[in-house]
Design a protein around this ligand. Sequence first.
Ligand SMILES: C[S@@+](CC[C@H](N)C(=O)[O-])C[C@H]1O[C@@H](n2cnc3c(N)ncnc32)[C@H](O)[C@@H]1O
Length: 207
Amino acid sequence: MVQSEKFWDRLASRYSRTPVSDDAVYQKKLQVTREYFRPDMEVLEFGCGTGSTAIVHAAYVKHIRAIDISANMIEIAQGKADAKGIGNITFARSSVDEFEMADQTLDAVLGLNILHLLDHWDKAVARVYSMLKPGGVFVSSTACIADMNMLYRFIASLGNFLLLIPRVSVFTSRELEDSLTSVGFEIDHRWHPAKNKAVFVVAKKPE
Ligand SMILES: C[S@@+](CC[C@H](N)C(=O)[O-])C[C@H]1O[C@@H](n2cnc3c(N)ncnc32)[C@H](O)[C@@H]1O
């Protein structure tokens, strides 16, 4: 099995130079996310990549803790934040599994293009629920590969079979929502821009 950390380390530099695939969709997700933000909020982003999203959101909240399994991603993210003089993001190399955070301490958690890359994505959902304060929100954007065209499902199966890429978890948007609601979340917002695009869901922990 390709080790996830090494895979993403190798990809980091290219990832940072690659423009978002659909800027209109990305901007809408940023805007919807921001509607949930308040200036006093403590936010976690896991799988933050090279920090672009944390950097654009930083002005709207008190503090963002942004973690990623790849040290190279984090180094690039930190460099970008430093260059912009942004001081309220704490970047750290950490996998989702090893990340430590007390229960009920966060106002919002962002998991963007990451859940399908986790072996135990449903455990991550439960963990996010625990870390959030009552009323807190989990903003996610997830490739629900089981709902996509056969080509995507084939690529995921082949990649998993050949062990050429880190394992990809294949599930439907229904399974994603069921996982969220089964731990206690209420679905507050859902948007599926198109069949083969990531599903954008904002789930709220009840007050
Ligand atoms: C597809 S990229 C998404 C990056 C960013 N969230 C975005 O939307 O552009 C997935 C990111 O998740 C990170 N990642 C993969 N597995 C992880 C894990 N178990 N814990 C934390 N980060 C992980 C990778 O290093 C990579 O930066």
